[in-house]
Design a protein around this ligand. Structure first.
Ligand code: RAM
Length: 331
């Protein structure tokens, strides 16, 4: 076959291929996470798939950068705009840096919500919090204080320094401290970027810098595992209690070995389910995001949007030696 003929055959084949692809009838919803390889987001993706199967006619695109950065997410959102998805549900690595690209998505008719970690109001139609921010903040500090009757030094190992969810929980924890946890002394807040290696280094640094440290509070499922592993490896079980927000399936071993007394979290499967449920409702036009609007989230219940078009789901749940085994089998 000469080259001209080859090209003609190739062109015909690709034209046929194009004809063969039916216009997708599915509503395509992108679940954009802070980073891939994080068990918390994998659990949320499971819930997203549950919602898609229950509602029908939905394709979930589970995606995120390899590292938890805003730059990586901006690239991904641009690609999703080019693919003309119907909705984007994002847990953002930065509340402001994502705004321009998400505005561009909305200008092109794509429905946009943030969930887990929010974006500023002008970059999304609504935001879904896993739980009340003040309650999460108070919970993480209480988890440390409950095991420090005489008070003492504690430090926070967070995710990235620009993550809106962790920053708001830390602010809420700090606000609760003077009145409710006056004998707890917060000596430092450091950032492990939801990266195991960096979180490990930061945990080691805290231990080296603060010899009287009694607890490490990590309001991130990645950081809390890294901190508990460091406390275990450095023979500090019983001296430093690791606590914060943890996925039971990843963290059970550290309740079992005593490096942690208790941790908390909400149901990440329900969170991912709800994000897709709401994104679909907005994309289909069956609901409008506006202050005071009540939106159904299927078997999870319903939410009502506040003045900033945000809503919160259930209270965080505490896991300790009495119950973590059972929950570790679910998420
Ligand atoms: C990490 C992420 C996520 C947060 C959980 C608790 O997996 O930072 O955003 O909600 O921890």
């Amino acid at each position: 076959m000469n080259i001209f003929k080859k090209l003609t055959v190739a062109a015909a084949a690709s034209a046929l291929a194009l004809l063969a692809i039916p216009a997708s009838a599915d509503t395509r919803i992108a679940l954009v996470v802070k980073s891939l390889g994080n068990g918390f987001f994998d659990a949320a993706a499971k819930g997203a798939d549950e919602a898609a199967a229950e509602i029908g006619g939905i394709e979930v695109i589970y995606t995120g950068p390899t590292a938890a950065t805003a730059e990586g997410q901006i690239e991904i959102v641009n690609a999703l705009i080019a693919q003309r998805v119907d909705a984007i549900a994002i847990s953002a690595n930065d509340p402001d840096a994502l705004v321009p690209v998400l505005k561009k998505a909305m200008d092109r008719g794509i429905s946009v919500i943030s969930w887990d970690s929010g974006v500023a109001a002008e970059g999304r139609q609504m935001h879904l919090n896993p739980s009340d921010t003040a309650l999460i903040g108070e919970t993480i500090i209480k988890l440390a204080a409950d095991y420090l009757p005489d008070g003492g030094d504690v430090a926070i190992l967070s995710a990235s320094s620009t993550a809106a969810n962790q920053n708001s929980w830390i602010d809420a924890a700090k606000a609760a401290m003077p009145t409710k946890f006056a004998n707890i002394n917060l000596v430092a807040t450091v950032y492990g970027d939801d990266d195991s290696v960096k979180s490990t280094d930061e945990a080691k640094g805290l231990i080296a810098s603060y010899p009287n440290l009694k607890a490490i509070i990590a309001p991130t499922t990645v950081g809390v595992v890294a901190a508990a592993q460091v406390v275990t490896d450095e023979g500090l079980i019983g001296k430093i209690n690791v606590t914060g927000l943890a996925l039971p399936s990843e963290f059970k071993q550290f309740i079992d070995n005593g490096s942690s007394k208790a941790v908390a979290l909400w149901n990440p499967i329900d969170l991912g389910y709800s994000a897709v449920y709401i994104a679909n409702a907005l994309a289909s036009g069956s609901v409008t995001a506006a202050p005071g609007a009540t939106i159904s989230i299927g078997h999870v219940g319903e939410i009502t949007l506040d003045e900033s078009n945000s809503a919160a789901m259930a209270a965080p749940f505490t896991f300790d030696a009495s119950n973590i085994e059972a929950f570790s089998k679910i998420y």
